[in-house]
Ligand binder design. Structure first.
Ligand SMILES: *Cc1c(COP(=O)(O)O)cnc(C)c1O
Length: 372
């Protein structure tokens, strides 16, 4: 299979992901858990992650309609919320695939009502309010009218109501508390109008799950922490651990003379004779070019510096006077022999955050799923 073809791959520890969900569940109970598996399960590989986790989740969350359809094609039967921006013209697919729509505008509700009426399939809808993000959603100060409108629609099924936090991982929760107050205003309007069917209320992302329990309501939506990575500044109140190891092998090894610069642009050269090895992975795999001369890798249990411009499909590492031969194991992210390279390290070398590190590991890198 693919691994024997390509020595660069991601090893995904599925039981660790399950442990992370269980730790989150124990902390937020009785709230339900909706893991966010958008962007290929934050790079971990949706095809392996979603079926394995399905028994321990209440709901799945994705960003795109296509991601929701893909989950159904994998055989997922649990409910799936499509949280990202959807166009009214995409709504018919929600009925076909039994996906939950983010009802963030009158136009979307109208489209869902029409499709539900015509097909006889009640499209599940979660009303989306904007309490301080200025992205999709109805402002809390226009909630009354929108809720009234939704209640007049007889064919859709308003199952939930939610909002999204902009600053939940910050040590200072002033903005998160303001968003909570605004969400509570929305909920009280809803509750006054519709006693018999209280919808599923949800708000909390990873930062909020870690340090803002008032935001749990009926369900939480963990993303990055499900994958064992903490939002940078959040309090670490729940123990989770990473599940990803990005591996490769030495593809070439040779001694290089001083004064012979390595790679495009001749950005690095050694002052002494040294051993340079080539790793068959590059920026087209999500090993960012911006990390040139900054990254480190673990080879045979020791850390070494990446040198010279990172290429599209290969990069070079200086192992000095150590031995390293073709086929030796290389770890780009993860642990080996007590040495460790974290998503935080890669993020610092890239000048980005851990989310982007994970989601940019490209589809070209095979995912290998460990089940025990
Ligand atoms: C991605 C996403 C989340 C998860 O955010 P994390 O910070 O990764 O926990 C939660 N809710 C919505 C609507 C999202 O799009």
């Amino acid at each position: 299979m693919t691994v024997s073809l390509r020595p660069t791959y991601l090893e995904v520890d599925l039981p660790q992901l399950k442990k992370n969900i269980e730790a989150i569940r124990a902390h937020v109970a009785p709230a339900k858990v909706m893991p966010m598996v958008k962007a290929n399960a934050y790079g971990h590989g949706i095809d392996g992650v979603a079926p394995y986790l399905e028994p321990v989740v209440d709901y799945f969350g994705v960003a795109l309609l296509e991601e929701g359809i893909h989950l159904r094609e994998l055989g997922i039967t649990k409910p799936i919320l499509v949280a990202g921006g959807t166009l009214p013209s995409q709504v018919p697919h929600f009925a076909v695939y039994d996906l939950t729509l983010t009802g963030s505008s009158v136009e979307l509700l109208d489209a869902a009502e029409e499709v539900s009426r015509l097909t006889g399939k009640r499209i599940k809808t979660h009303l989306k309010f904007d309490t301080g993000m200025e992205r999709v959603g109805i402002h809390e100060y226009e909630a009354g009218e929108f809720i009234e409108y939704s209640l007049r629609l007889k064919h859709i099924h308003v199952e939930g109501i939610y909002t999204h936090l902009a600053n939940s991982e910050m040590p200072d929760l002033v903005h998160a508390r303001l968003q909570l107050e605004r969400f509570q205003e929305v909920l009280s309007i809803y509750e006054r109008r519709s006693e018999p069917h209280p919808p599923l209320r949800h708000m909390a992302n990873s930062g909020a799950i870690l340090q803002f329990p008032e935001s749990y309501f009926d369900m939480v939506r963990p993303g990055i922490m499900l994958y064992g990575v903490y939002p940078r500044e959040a309090a670490r109140t729940i123990e989770v651990a990473p599940a990803l190891t990005w591996k490769s092998r030495v593809a070439y090894s040779k001694r290089t003379q001083p004064g012979r610069p390595v790679s495009y642009g001749s950005l690095w050269q050694s002052e002494v004779e040294t051993r340079i090895v080539t790793i068959p992975c590059g920026y087209a795999d999500g090993y960012f070019r911006r990390m040139t001369n900054r990254a480190q890798v673990i080879i045979n249990g020791r850390k070494y510096p990446q040198v010279g411009r990172i290429c599209m499909d290969q990069f070079m590492v200086n192992v000095g006077n150590d031995e390293a031969t073709v086929g030796d194991e290389v770890v780009l992210l993860g642990e080996a022999n007590g040495e460790r390279i974290t998503a935080e390290d890669l993020a610092a070398w890239m000048g980005t955050n851990e989310y982007e590190v994970l989601t940019d590991i490209s589809a070209r890198v095979p995912r290998v799923f460990l089940k025990e």
